[in-house]
Structures are given as C-alpha cells and as structure tokens.
Design a protein around this ligand. Sequence first.
Ligand code: ADP
Ligand code: MG
Length: 246
Amino acid sequence: MIEVNKLGKSFHELVVFQNIDLHIRPKEIVVLVGPSGSGKSTLLRCLNGLEEPSAGTIRVGNAVLEASMDGQAKKQAVRNIRALTGMVFQSFNLFPHMTALDNVIMAPMAVKNMPKEQAVQLGEELLSKVGLLEKKYEYPSRLSGGQQQRVAIARSLAMQPQVMLFDEPTSALDPELTGEVLSVMKQLATEGKTMIVVTHEMRFAREVADRVIFMSEGKIQEEGVPEQFFAEPKTERARKFLRQIG
Ligand code: ADP
Ligand code: MG
C-alpha cells in the first residue's frame, strides 16, 4: 500500500531524516513512535504530500512521487498522493464557520464534484460512524475537543483515502476525551483501513498496532510487533525512550 525508498528530507542545512525505507501492507496498522523532533510529523507530511521529499521515492497505491521529478510532474504526483491519503492532526483545525456536516461534505463537493445530496448522505453516514450524527448542525465551537477530532476524522474519511495518517490525534485533548477518539480509530482499524499513527498512547499501540516503528535521530532505529517492541526493545535508544515515557 505504501512503499518508501531511500526517503530523505532536509530543511536547508537541517537533515531531518535520510535513507528511510518503509513498506506498509494493505490494512496494516503501524504505530510510529520516537522522541520529539525525530521527524515523525515530517515523515507523515511527506506521505501526505504536505512536504516535498528532498530525496527518494514514495509510492502510495498507484501514485508515485520521486524527489527527482521536475515541476509539473511533481505537482501532479503530489496531488495524486494527497488524494490517496487522509491526515488527522493534533489540532483538529475544522473550519469554524461551518457546521460539522458542512465540514465533512465540503471536500467531496469541492474536489470531487460530488452532488450535494450524495455528499450529505455520505456525510451523515460518516458522522454516524464517529457517533456524532446528532451534532451535524453544530458549529465546532459548540463541540468538545474529542467531538471536534471525531468530526475531523469523518471529514478526512469523506475523501475515501486508501491510507489514514494520524499525527498525535489525542495529544491536544483532555485525558477524559482521548478514549472516544481512540475508540473511533480502533473501529477503523478493525474495518481494515491502512493506518499510520503517531501517538504516545502506548496502550493503543499494544492493542491495535500490527507493527511499532521507532524513529530517532532521523532513522528508523528498530521495528517489531508490539509484544516484542515493548517487552524487549532491541536498541538502547528505544529502551531509553520507553523508560522516559513510562
Ligand atoms: P516530530 O514530529 O518527531 O516531533 P518533526 O517532524 O516535527 O518531529 O520535526 C523534525 C525536525 O524538523 C525538527 O528539528 C524540526 O524543528 C524540524 N522541522 C520540521 N518542520 C520544519 C520546517 N517547516 N522548517 C524547518 N524545520 C522544520
Ligand atoms: Mg510531531
């Protein structure tokens, strides 16, 4: 589903990562962990076309983006990749002047020219999936953080991405609101969505991940099934990280 080869990203002289290889199977749930500043967000943003890679290749489904492509070809490749990946951010960034339903249906109508009636039907299905159908006419300011994040997930799903990327989706939430968001994500996982999740919720990682990837200092330092990674991390860096979040 995703194949990343020799991916590198630098901001001017700052090398965030280099030579990243990553293969993700359809329906796989990968939890990506690592210290702050290790490049997790930058990696997800490259996979979503929000950052252009400095080196290497990204394939998502049938879309291929190569760092070496030139202007127009690269723009098109970025668009192709973006259409296949949905991203949910730490800050929910819903459109504040739109109702929950309008937030969900806007992109399918604007980007895919979906007729309004069909978009509304899809939007209601998705709001119902995240448990918020009764809030469809509410504005974001009248929703809790957890509810806003669930709307953001529905909005992302409305574009029917093949892969969902989550960048610390519960980090901005009060502890009592993280559960409702994690349970929506768990449900997506059981439905067979391919997902990459950056999170500090290690219980979620243990319960839901097929694989945990540990990134540090611009490299994938190790990866493994959660049972192995948490019980017997192979590298000292990972052991230190696990002690710190602990
Ligand atoms: P993480 O998500 O693992 O905390 P990030 O991917 O956000 O790490 O950041 C990795 C490094 O890249 C950090 O040193 C950060 O300051 C830097 N960085 C991220 N985005 C930018 C940017 N747009 N311009 C310059 N540096 C950036
Ligand atoms: Mg980050």
